[in-house]
Design a protein around this ligand. Structure first.
Ligand code: M6R
Length: 606
């Protein structure tokens, strides 16, 4: 939700800000703006729409020439996307960019109005800018301290003060911020890809720490102004990983990166053919202590948790509850110190998941984060962390992150099942071997891209469709349905196949597409009966199953045959055609695949 950047150095600041913002557009893309010092004045340019609109505006109306400034790409929370509501906000003395939500902004606004301030936007951010101006008496650190003491909510703020034309200030709480350091230049940014063109070295800014970029250097202070020395981090991926690399869209690139992502996530966690999660503190002794496991996450990450539930329960016989984080945090969950709460998040910054983590710790449960972004808030706050090594995921629609998240659940389930003596060593090694071979299996499925494209051509004009399955196939259908919805804008629902006749089957009419997933052989006959039920009501059936199963061609219209692995591992190959079908449907509809409307990659607000 919104990306912020700041730069101090010798380069063309406006260009650096625009280039860096382009790497953060996944965080929000409904408007953008910059504030850059030119001849010691703060010059602001902002525009509704994509970053390109801002660039065009700057090119047409006058580039801002300077070496120090801040920038923003927005995902609207307060106030529609418009030029006025775009960041930066402020006046001639101070200008700010903000990522997050200020919960008490109405109260602050009333206070400031009484002091004579007027407001032009509908944003919460403008109140922070004016509050900063109110407290600013020539000492930026003092003003920041006063503002931070008053505002409630989540924020990462980038700030410039007219009287300090060579400096950028930034502070954060609950929204991410990194501080990049190069030769004679320094940066702040919401995420590492923003700085990779210039440097791989960065510091992680913690809550209520203030960074000052000045003279090409970055100095970090606590909120009281005491200087802090921090450990320098080095990005473990390069710019290439955060670029399209010849693919038309990040989503397609990321779908194709799945074999490698699984390899780099799984291989280091295998010792002598057995899963080994001890690196994060999950020893067999610790694992077997847990009476209950909770998986808490949002969106696709939650769907990965659903696969985790089936797999852990089936193999290790430990009860697993999966919750949507925004529900979990308000449902007063019953937790104790014999419980393990697993938080799953690609970004590691999702506000609801972060709060669920805080609550779980408060209630005494052990917490384990399965996270992709190194050093992210959730990774840092959890008791234990397993990093998925998918590399940066830029497309708003998550694909490779899901794949690696479920691969971690398999490792966890195998290890737990073995530790609890539910499976023997031989079986554990056999399953682990299949997981290790999964990159090849996924590669095989990727060859079905053309077939998925053809099937997508049959879906483009659909108004509604259904995904059905049983057991693990049902869990997987949910992810297939979400993928299609978010990027193709076609309404779809995922249904437990056996539940259809309790109401939903009334929706099935002539030609309605139904994507039926049937990879669980012990449930195959049951699912197929449900497929027959929809077929006899006119559905167009797309059937996803093992390649050696021959489905009756009178019942199914299109079959996607998948290479066979153990049924329990089938979600890994089976999700690929669902991702590809969603991708091609979106492409054929002419949608902006990587930046679907109304969405943002990292949901850092509640
Ligand atoms: O960064 P996270 O994994 O915590 O994000 C969770 C969801 O916001 C995310 O998976 C979302 O549902 C994706 N757009 C789905 O493709």
């Amino acid at each position: 939700m919104c990306g912020i950047v700041g730069y101090v150095g010798k380069r063309d600041c406006t260009k650096v800000l625009l280039d860096s913002l382009a790497k953060l557009e996944y965080r929000g893309y409904d408007s953008a703006g910059v504030a850059v010092f030119e001849n010691s004045e703060i010059k602001v340019s902002k525009s509704k729409g994509r970053l390109l609109e801002l660039k065009n505006k700057l090119e047409n109306e006058g580039w801002i020439d300077g070496c120090c400034g801040i920038g923003h790409t927005r995902w609207a929370t307060h106030g529609e996307p418009s030029d006025i509501n775009s960041h930066p906000h402020g006046n001639r003395r101070v200008s700010i960019v903000h990522n997050g939500i200020i919960e008490n902004y109405q109260k602050i606004k009333k206070f400031l109005e009484k002091k004579g301030y007027t407001f032009e936007s509908q944003t919460d951010t403008e109140t922070v800018a004016k509050l900063l101006d109110y407290y600013y008496d020539g000492d930026p650190m003092y003003a920041i301290r006063r503002v931070v003491a008053e505002i409630e909510g989540s924020y990462a703020l980038g700030m410039v003060f007219k009287e300090f034309p060579n400096a950028v200030y930034a502070v954060r709480k609950d929204s991410p911020l990194i501080v990049g350091v190069g030769k004679d230049e320094a940066f702040v940014a919401s995420d590492v890809p923003a700085i990779l063109e210039y440097t791989k070295d960065y510091y992680l800014l913690e809550r209520d720490e203030v960074v000052v970029l000045k003279n090409g250097k970055a100095e970090i202070f606590d909120i009281h102004g005491m200087k802090i020395e921090k450990e320098l981090q080095t990005a473990d991926f390069d710019l290439e990983a955060a670029e399209k690399g010849g693919y038309p869209h990040f989503m397609l690139k990321e779908i194709n990166e799945q074999p490698n992502a699984v390899k780099t996530t799984v291989t280091p966690r295998i010792t002598d053919g057995m899963p080994d999660l001890s690196e994060c503190g999950l020893t067999p002794e610790r694992l077997t202590r847990y009476k209950n496991i909770f998986v808490v996450a949002c969106g696709t990450a939650m769907h990965a948790g659903l696969v985790g539930k089936y797999v852990i329960e089936q193999l290790a016989r430990v009860p697993v509850t999966v919750d949507v984080a925004s529900e979990f945090r308000y449902r007063d969950p019953i937790l104790c110190d014999e419980d393990l709460v697993i938080l799953v998040s690609q970004s590691g910054e999702t506000a609801d998941t972060r709060e669920a983590l805080r609550l779980s710790k408060e209630r005494g449960a052990d917490t384990l984060a399965i996270v992709n972004v190194k050093g992210s808030s959730i990774a840092r706050a959890a008791d234990m962390v397993i990093y998925t090594h998918a590399g940066p995921e830029i497309s708003v629609a998550s694909t490779k992150a899901y794949m690696v998240q479920i691969s971690v659940f398999y490792l966890l389930a195998f290890e737990l099942a073995y530790a609890k003596e539910k499976i023997d060593r031989e079986e554990c090694m056999r399953l682990t071997k299949q997981l290790l071979r999964m990159p090849d299996t996924i590669n095989e499925v990727l060859q079905k891209s053309e077939q998925c494209k053809y099937i997508a051509s049959k879906l483009v004009n659909a108004g509604n469709l259904l995904y059905i399955g049983r057991g693990l196939d049902y869990a997987l259908s949910m992810e297939g349905s979400l993928k299609l919805k978010e990027i193709s804008y076609i309404h779809s629902e995922s249904y437990a196949a056996g539940e259809l006749k309790h109401g939903t089957i009334s929706l099935v009419t002539d030609g309605m597409p139904v994507i039926a997933v049937a990879t669980q052989r012990k449930l195959y006959e049951k699912t197929f009966s449900n497929v027959e039920e929809v077929k006899s009501r006119g559905a167009m059936v797309i059937f996803v199953t093992h390649e050696n199963i021959k489905a009756d061609s009178k019942t199914v219209d299109y079959v996607i045959g998948l290479p066979s692995v153990d049924d329990i591992l089938m979600p890994m190959p089976a999700v690929v055609p669902l991702q590809l079908i969603a991708y091609y449907t979106s492409v054929l509809k002419g949608n902006d695949v990587d930046k679907p409307r109304n969405l943002a990659k990292s949901v850092t607000v509640e």
